[in-house]
Design a protein around this ligand. Sequence first.
Ligand code: BYC
Length: 322
Amino acid sequence: MEQKPSAPVEDPALVAAFEARIAAGESIEPKDWMPERYRKQLTRMMSQHAHSEIVGMLPEGNWITRAPSLRRKMSLIAKVQDEAGHGLYIYCGVETLGVDRHELVTQLLDGRAKYSSIFNYPTLSWADMGVIGWLVDGAAIVNQTVLAKASYGPYARAMIRICKEENFHKRQGYEICATLATGTPAQKAMVQDAVNRFWWPALMMFGPSDANSPNSAELLKWRVKRKTNDELRQRFVNLTVPQAAAIGLTLPDPDLHQDAETGDWVFGAIDWPEFFEVIAGNGPCNRERLAARNKAHDEGAWVRAAASAYAAKHDRRATEAA
Ligand code: BYC
């Protein structure tokens, strides 16, 4: 009689050895034994991260044809291309966990998968390109610099390279903001408006508050995450407040003040109902983003077919020659 597959019962000795390796700061590699929950959590988090990079190309791609100069256009194209590279790199990382990337892409296209909330906001002006580089890539760096020490080797190594590129993105974004902030009154107003729209969504990128973050305990225990959502959010605010002041921009938070004892910049209440609406698929651009990804996927079918035919031809020739 055929046996039904049952939930894996994990050998306590294997689990203990795995946890000892984590405690010793060792890196876990694809062929190493790992608990199923560790594999599942990493697959979830890494695939969401890869999707974020790919969907993250859309808000900026929207401005490539409208960049104000050749230099700006070239660096924006390069940035968007870098994001594609990050997505593909992380999809490869997820494949080391035994999941086929076609399955992941299908989950994104049919709306089952999450990606970062930030990319569901519209990019309304050229200044948004500066603010995304400065704040969005800036937030990503704060998060990912810590993930570069994650216990899973392929993810940690991907983060090292990605952070180097994000640093460049952040600098070019900040330079756009600095240029606009010292430009005409209309340019300064445009960049201030972009900061006003992106500040709170950038804080939401770090995820729900620690009290409301169901995955954190497990991820921290296994050293995938090394800092909590709130710790990283605070670090980002502390780094960003002086950067805004340095270029004469304000942050849209009347409650923002520095704590004399800790030195932390204390910020006002985040609109969590808005965050949960966005991650449930009801943000300002969720539907538009998914429609754009599906359109690009459908229109790229001939490229995938051509690449497969080309690969098959080479395989056939190699077999004939052997
Ligand atoms: N947006 O238990 P929690 C970039 C979900 S792209 C959407 O705290 P966790 C760039 C969360 O998934 C940078 N969903 O989760 C690209 C979970 O849902 P499920 C992207 C969010 O995993 C182009 C639920 O809420 N970076 O740099 O412990 C241009 C409960 O949350 C968000 C990464 O992906 C969100 N903001 O912590 C420019 C970094 N926050 O799965 C720039 C890697 C939470 O249980 N990921 N959720 O249904 C992480 O570090 C962590 O996964 C998070 C969330 C901090 C995001």
